[in-house]
Write a protein that binds this ligand. Structure first.
Ligand SMILES: CC(=O)SCCNC(=O)CCNC(=O)[C@H](O)C(C)(C)COP(=O)(O)OP(=O)(O)OC[C@H]1O[C@@H](n2cnc3c(N)ncnc32)[C@H](O)[C@@H]1OP(=O)(O)O
Ligand SMILES: CC(C)C(=O)C(=O)O
Length: 383
């Protein structure tokens, strides 16, 4: 049986850009969008067109240039925002207006200062306006993670009737636990009478480090779009990371009953581009795209990987865009990796005693020095 497609919606250029210090100009956004298109991302949220003249120009440039991915602009449930988003998207091959309004009691009372029924009315009006400008409309219940299920059922049923074709359920403040969030998605799909007319989407924040876990749990309960960002960039602690979501699905086809179209070989180059443009370094131990994600320094691991990579690697470095996996010689390394590395430098040992002696000298050096370079090894062997 063929698997359902999971839509990958990248919001690096919108929610990612909301990280303090990560703002991008239109040329930078276009360069990243081109890389995302190459990777075969389904939807690229290029910005929030009404936010500034520069962001309008950026969304417009991306919409006018990118042909293979759908280009999206965010907008509040406010007529002007929606009209400006529609204007910016006019040149798109495939455009999407994404409109949102908060649905949690806290946000409605204190931030919007609106009655719940008025929130529903404004949402419906906004979706209708967006549909008059664009066939593809997404609606988000902001702070869905702290919203009441009955109220979300009411508003979502009505926005679907008004023409929204993607319904996004953001855990805006990263408050939910995986089973709780997945249960919300399942309940919404089961209880909303017209839920079959829309794709349910998830958008998770990482305040408790659960953004990817929550997104994947929701996929198991029927979500068919995941909103995510490269390197997990995003407001506060960030969003679900695209590379982690995609590689979880690719690596565990036995577990997930969905598939993604992403060409994963572009993941590392895209991560490096986003890091260069935003000047946000990627931590070395970051899954998939960190420098150490496919590096081994411990002797037992190195020995295993030399015999069979699968002993300590669940993915191939080459499949996500690294040139290869890496063996790093250091204080935890063992004789097998040491010997194999020196063989790569053209050095063979005549007998076991020579190897033993060189290895003892290497361990002494590794206790003193952080990074062992090939020059260090060569001079050590000469001695
Ligand atoms: C969870 C998220 O990531 S939501 C997206 C967050 N991203 C951004 O805010 C980035 C872009 N934002 C901006 O450039 C500006 O905030 C703008 C242009 C949207 C609005 O700017 P301003 O008009 O100066 O309003 P300001 O930002 O101070 O306040 C927001 C106003 O929008 C209202 N509002 C907030 N969300 C919504 C919504 N989804 N629909 C309708 N109104 C909303 C607030 O209640 C507030 O209204 P008030 O001015 O009557 O009190
Ligand atoms: C506007 C929505 C999609 C959002 O970014 C959030 O709630 O975090």
């Amino acid at each position: 049986m063929s698997k359902d497609k999971l839509v990958i919606f990248d919001t690096t250029l919108r929610d990612g850009e909301q990280s303090p210090g990560a703002s991008m100009d239109k040329e930078e956004k276009l360069e990243i969008a081109q890389q995302l298109e190459k990777m075969r991302v389904d939807v690229i949220e290029a910005g929030f067109a009404v936010a500034s003249p520069g962001d309008f120009e950026a969304v417009k440039l991306v919409a006018d240039t990118i042909k293979d991915s759908t280009i999206c602009s965010l907008s509040r449930a406010v007529a002007k925002d929606i009209e400006v988003a529609g204007d910016a998207l006019k040149g798109a091959n495939s455009g999407r207006i994404h409109t949102f309004i908060a649905t949690s009691p806290l946000h409605m009372k204190h931030k919007l200062q609106m009655e719940p029924n008025d929130v529903i009315e404004q949402a419906v009006k906004s979706v209708k306006l967006a549909r008059s400008l664009c066939d593809d409309v997404e609606f988000s219940c902001e702070d869905a993670g702290r919203s009441e299920l009955d109220f979300m059922c009411r508003i979502i049923e009505q926005v679907i009737d008004a023409g929204a074709r993607t319904i996004n359920i953001p855990d805006t403040v990263g408050y939910n636990m995986p089973d709780q969030y997945a249960n919300t998605i399942q309940q919404l799909i089961e209880r909303i009478p017209n839920s079959d007319k829309a794709i349910f989407s998830v958008h998770c924040h990482n305040d408790l480090g659960l953004a990817v876990a929550n997104s994947l749990a929701a996929v198991q309960k029927g979500a068919r779009q995941v909103e995510c960002t490269i390197n997990g960039l995003g407001e506060r602690a960030g969003n679900a990371s695209l590379e982690e979501v995609v590689m979880a699905i690719k690596t565990r086809p036995d577990y997930f009953n969905v598939d993604v179209d992403i060409d994963t070989r572009h993941i590392v180059p895209t991560s490096q581009l986003v890091s260069k443009v935003t000047e946000f370094a990627v931590q070395p131990n970051k899954a998939i795209v960190g420098d150490n994600a496919f590096a081994h320094e411990s002797g037992i691991h190195q020995d295993g990987v030399l015999k069979n990579r699968e002993t300590y690697e669940i993915m191939r470095a080459e499949d996500v865009g690294w040139a290869n996996n890496r063996m790093v010689l250091g204080k935890h390394s063992g004789r097998n990796a040491f010997k194999s590395h020196l063989a790569g430098l053209g050095i063979q040992f005549d007998n076991n005693d020579d190897l033993k002696q060189a290895f003892v000298a290497f361990k002494e050096l590794a206790d003193r020095k952080h990074d062992i370079l090939d020059e260090d090894l060569l001079s050590l062997v000469k001695r």
